[in-house]
Each structure stands twice: as C-alpha cells, then as structure tokens.
Design a protein around this ligand. Structure first.
Ligand SMILES: NC(=O)c1ccc[n+]([C@@H]2O[C@H](COP(=O)([O-])OP(=O)(O)OC[C@H]3O[C@@H](n4cnc5c(N)ncnc54)[C@H](O)[C@@H]3O)[C@@H](O)[C@H]2O)c1
Length: 312
C-alpha cells in the first residue's frame, strides 16, 4: 500500500501509517506536479499543504482516502473531490485548544502593547512606560465571528476574563446551546471593541472584511485573526489601520502563505503578524498527526468509514 504525505508531519502519526503502508513524503514548498505523479498509484493521502483538486487527482485511480492534517479545507477543491467519491476527513478538535490559547495571547499582546514595551527596552533603550498604556479584556465587548470548535473555546476563556462576549454565526446551534448572546453581523460590528475571527475561508467569507465592513466597526476596533488571512481585504485593512479606524491587528494568517516579505501587511507596527503558528504546540501537532493517521488506518486497513468525513 502507498500513502502520500504533503508537508512535514510528526513522527507519532507517520509511524502509525508506516505499519501498513509505504510513505512518500513531499516536502514544502509543494509542487502540484509531484503530487499528481505520486498520487497515480497511491491508496491514501495525508494532506497538510498544497492545492488539491482535478489536476492532482484525475490520475489517482487507486486513491481511497484523503486525511487532512488540520481542519481548514480552503486548499481543497471540494466540489471536484466530491465527484470522485473519495472521502475527506479533518482532525476535528485536535488543534482547537492550541488555537484558542494563541488567540487570547494575541489579543492580550495587542491590547497591552507588550511588543512595543520590549522594543522600547531592547531597541530604543528607553524607559517610558506611560506611553504604553493598554486596556483590559475584562469588561470589553468582544465579538466572535464563528462559534465552532475554536470560537467556543475562545468564548469560554473570555468568560473567565469577564468579557462581554457577542457571537455571530450562520449556524448558531452551538452558540445557542451554550447560552451565548447571538447578534447579527451588523450589530457585532457596531458594538465590539475587539473582533476575533473563527470562521472558515469560503467563497462567501473571502474579503468579508472589505473597506465598507471595516468602516462599520467601532472606531479603534482591534482585530484578531487566527482563521484565514483572505477573510480580510489586506489593502483595506492596512488603510484602516493607517487612518486610525482600526487601532491594532494581530494576524496569524495571510491572504497568501507564505506572504511576500514586502507585502503591505508588514508596513505598520500596529499590525502584529505571526507565521500561521497558532496550532504550533507540541501537543496539537502530535494530536493532529495521530488523528489523521488513524483516519487513514480506519479506511485503508479496517475498511471502516472515516470518523470525520466532511463530504458525508
Ligand atoms: N491559525 C491556525 O493555525 C488554525 C488552526 C486551526 C483552525 N484554524 C482556522 O480557524 C477557523 C475555525 O476553525 P474551527 O475548527 O473552529 O471550525 P468550525 O468549523 O468548528 O467552526 C467554524 C464556525 O464558523 C461558522 N461559519 C461558517 N461560515 C460562516 C459565515 N459566513 N459567517 C459566520 N459564521 C460562519 C460555522 O457555522 C461554524 O460554527 C477556520 O478558519 C480554520 O481554518 C486556524
């Protein structure tokens, strides 16, 4: 049996797959032609990085399972994959806690000017803490857009801080069951001091935050984005920071990854950037690797359907 892996996956997961299959590991940056060639005689795929659609899959006549390493599906042409009948699994909650904790860390860093404080000491070699006045999460109105695996954990953490949490979600079942204050997107934009994104990137959510929506927000809003960069129109976001409409941004994700290092997203110190590292904890990376490997084992060895098939 042959399994193709795209990107670097922890050995704790790879060792599970090695027990029943030969592994071909394609390192980043992923070349789609290599993926197409290797998939031609593959039985399974552990997908971490790279586009996956018709060009890569049309010759993959033996492929029976695509196990995503993570939960994002924006690299995948799902309508095409659906026509092939190949199931696609995600790793459910394996990295949600890591992302939720990172989100709080980014939020506090933006609110409290910690980075500027460190730069003041180490780079500017001055001591002027009065210029670094921050704010607290307690008592602030925080809007969560998307209340699924990550958003709900962020909500629980914010409760512990004493925040006033507002939620907007197109499928509000989980938020309703949790007794959350559900609002429309317009109301959330008008009321939130901080907006944190926890929704997927889809055709509908691409550039959801364009110039017009950013203008609808409270002046001085703070954005935290651990979801996907392209939910923002990057140019509109940068302009809104420069104009003072947006006080600060903490983004872990970019419209293209890796971003060009001369991208305007790096042009303003009020925009804090991290390299898509919210799920980069040892705990989460091991859990994601093991979860995706076990999905392959279920389908390829045990003949069972995947536990988390997004195309079911
Ligand atoms: N930075 C990272 O390393 C990292 C890691 C994991 C997940 N993520 C991203 O975090 C996001 C959330 O992940 P999750 O596991 O919580 O997903 P999830 O599917 O559990 O939750 C997403 C929620 O968003 C809602 N939603 C979908 N479209 C919406 C829309 N147009 N408007 C409002 N709500 C909408 C859904 O109803 C759902 O409740 C995803 O974008 C995912 O790719 C990032």
């Amino acid at each position: 049996m042959k399994v193709v892996v795209t990107g670097s996956v922890r050995e704790e997961g790879l060792s599970i797959v090695r027990e029943f299959a030969d592994l071909v590991i394609l390192p980043e940056p992923i070349n789609e032609k290599d993926v197409a060639r290797e998939l031609r005689d593959a039985d399974g795929m552990l997908h971490k990085m790279g586009h996956l659609g018709k060009p890569e899959l049309e010759g993959a006549t033996r492929l029976k399972m695509i196990a995503r390493h993570g939960v994002g599906l924006d690299y995948l042409d799902l309508p095409y994959i659906k026509t092939t009948g190949i199931p696609v699994s995600i790793t459910n909650t394996a990295n949600s806690n890591a992302v939720a904790e990172a989100c709080i860390g980014l939020m506090l860093t933006a609110l409290r000017n910690f980075r500027q404080g460190e730069a003041m000491l180490k780079v500017e070699k001055r001591w002027a803490r009065e210029t670094l006045m921050g704010g607290e999460i307690r008592g602030r109105t925080i809007g969560l857009i998307g209340y699924g695996r990550v958003g709900s954990l962020v909500g629980n953490l914010l409760d512990a801080f004493g925040a006033n949490v507002l939620v907007y979600d197109i499928n509000p079942a989980l938020a309703k069951a949790a007794g959350r204050t559900l609002v429309s997107l317009d109301e959330l934009l008008a009321k939130a001091d901080i907006i944190s994104l926890h929704l997927p990137l889809t055709a509908e959510t691409k550039h959801l935050f364009n110039a017009q929506r950013i203008a609808q927000c409270k002046k001085g809003v703070i954005f935290v984005n651990t979801a996907r960069g392209a939910i923002f129109d990057t140019h509109a976001l940068v302009e809104a920071v420069k104009s003072g409409q947006v006080r600060a941004v903490a983004t872990d994700t970019f419209d293209t990854e890796p971003p060009a290092f001369d991208s305007e997203i790096f042009s303003d110190p009020r925009i804090m950037t991290t390299p898509h590292m919210s799920a980069m904890t040892l705990e989460a990376q091991v859990a994601v690797a093991v979860s995706s490997a076990n999905e392959l084992k279920r389908v390829l060895v045990e003949g069972l359907p995947p536990t988390n098939n997004v195309l079911a």
